[in-house]
Every structure is written in structure tokens, then in C-alpha cells.
Write a protein that binds this ligand. Structure first.
Ligand SMILES: C[S@@+](CC[C@H](N)C(=O)[O-])C[C@H]1O[C@@H](n2cnc3c(N)ncnc32)[C@H](O)[C@@H]1O
Length: 250
């Protein structure tokens, strides 16, 4: 399938960055329990996904599929999709090491190679909802979800984006960008998307989703991270990531 320009740009980026990314974060990412985000907060505390046992579950932008492996460990039927072939090579290796065998799909999330109403749950963690074109991706998720299916995704918060000081290369205690200018960003040959809360809500409603929850992640004081995303103190006072929980409305 023909890739959009943004998906092609991001494929090139992630294919070239994949080995370095997996090497740097292996210790944090390669675990069998399901944890969310840059502070590895356990799903068993957050309860965003619900009971996945016996459910058909699609991960969108799976990287090395550590979370899909966790879904399989929890008794779900995982399918893991990523736009980067390199990332999927790491996924195939980790899946074999973990003794699981589920489908790995090489595609962009705005063109999911699956039949309509195939999945009970679609999720991602700093995956396709950060990097893939928003409206077409939401339309695809809606198409492949079964009736009342859930779409649960974690990503950077709008607050983190507007407090991010591009010159210093770190998040600050100052509002650095216009909240109303959030949209599409290009940074270091990587395209990503972020919106104001109102814009997010309109995107979800237009795609046919109801909002069930918005979970703003707060790490505990002993949290550790191999990601240079925010100082722990910042993340303890302001949400640097949030999980949207959506349900297919019609
Ligand atoms: C930061 S990684 C997150 C993966 C995993 N959750 C982790 O923490 O390592 C982002 C992933 O999104 C994938 N991605 C980027 N654009 C995508 C798209 N258009 N469709 C599907 N996956 C995409 C990248 O290839 C990359 O593997």
C-alpha cells in the first residue's frame, strides 16, 4: 500500500534509529508485564485496558512488541503492527525468545491490513497516535474495532509539548509555545502530532468515538526511566503523558 509522505518520513527515521533505540531502552522495555509510558507504570495499577483474556488485541506502532508480548502473557490474542521493518525484526526476535507466536504486520496505522470489526481492543504506548496522521488513523481504528470496542493509547500530554523548550532541549516550568498552535510538528526528520484538548475531543467525536477516560500519569518518587523525557520532579507535578480511553460509539 502506498505510504503517505509523513508515514514514509517516519519509516525512514525509525528504520535508522531502531537498533540504537532498542539498545538504549532494552532494560526498561524488555519485561513481560504490561507497563505504560516512560516511567513504566504498571497496568495492574492503572487499569486502562480492562480484562484482555480471550480478546483480539491490536497494537498500533508496537516497536519491538514488548507490550504485545505482555498481552499474550495476560491471555489476549495479540496482533502487533509497526511502520518500521527494523522495529519488527526486533519484535520477531523478542517474540521468539518469549515463546510466543502472533502476527506482526508491517504497515502504517492509517492503512491497517485487517478486516473491519476484527478487534475488541486497539492500543498503543507512544506509538502510532503520536506519529501517524491523526484523522485517517482514527478512521482505521474505528473500522477494525468490533462494536463497543476500546481504543486505549498513551502519549505525551499537550502540557508537556507547550512547556518543552526547543532551544534548551528539555521541558521547562514555562509555557514556551502557543497552546493554540499545536498540530503537526517536524523535528529531526521525524513527524509527530499533538493538539489542544478541545481539538483531541473533536477528532475523537468526528471519528465516531465516545471518551471513557483521560488518565494523566503521575510517576511515584522512586520511578526510574531510560528516556530523557522529563525530570522526575516535573512529571510528579505535571502530567507529561496521558492515556485516552475511547469506545467505538456506532
Ligand atoms: C517510541 S516507539 C514506541 C513503541 C513501543 N511502545 C516502545 O515503547 O518502544 C514508536 C513506534 O511507532 C512506530 N510508528 C511510527 N509511525 C507509525 C505509523 N505511521 N504507523 C505505525 N507505526 C508507526 C515506529 O516505527 C516506532 O516503532
Amino acid at each position: 500500500m502506498k505510504l503517505s509522505k509523513d508515514a514514509a518520513t517516519n519509516r525512514k527515521f525509525w528504520d535508522s534509529f531502531s537498533d540504537e533505540y532498542q539498545g538504549k531502552h532494552a532494560q526498561q522495555l524488555n519485561r513481560k508485564d504490561f507497563v505504560w509510558g516512560v516511567w513504566s507504570l504498571p497496568e495492574s495499577d492503572i487499569n486502562a485496558l480492562g480484562d484482555v483474556r480471550g480478546k483480539q488485541v491490536l497494537e498500533l506502532g508496537c516497536g519491538a512488541a514488548q507490550l504485545s508480548i505482555a498481552i499474550a502473557e495476560m491471555g489476549g490474542y495479540a496482533t502487533a503492527l509497526d511502520n518500521s521493518e527494523k522495529q519488527l525484526e526486533h519484535a520477531a526476535r523478542l517474540m521468539a525468545e518469549a515463546g510466543h507466536d502472533f502476527p506482526l504486520l508491517h504497515a502504517s496505522a492509517d492503512k491497517i491490513p485487517a478486516k473491519k470489526r476484527s478487534f475488541d481492543l486497539v492500543f498503543c504506548d507512544h506509538g502510532a497516535m503520536t506519529y501517524a496522521p491523526t484523522a485517517p488513523t482514527l478512521a482505521e481504528v474505528h473500522r477494525v474495532l468490533k462494536k463497543n470496542g476500546l481504543f486505549v493509547f498513551n502519549m505525551q500530554s499537550p502540557l508537556h509539548e507547550i512547556c518543552y523548550d526547543d532551544k534548551a532541549g528539555s521541558v521547562s516550568n514555562t509555557l514556551c509555545k502557543s497552546y493554540f498552535d499545536l498540530d503537526r510538528f517536524v523535528e529531526d526528520k521525524l513527524v509527530y502530532f499533538q493538539y489542544s484538548y478541545g481539538e483531541w475531543v473533536r477528532h475523537f467525536r468526528e471519528a465516531g468515538f465516545n471518551i471513557i477516560d483521560l488518565i494523566e500519569l503521575q510517576p511515584p518518587e522512586d520511578a526510574e526511566s531510560s528516556f530523557d523525557f522529563a525530570p522526575l520532579e516535573w512529571a510528579q507535578h505535571f502530567p507529561c503523558e496521558n492515556i485516552w480511553v475511547l469506545q467505538k460509539a456506532k
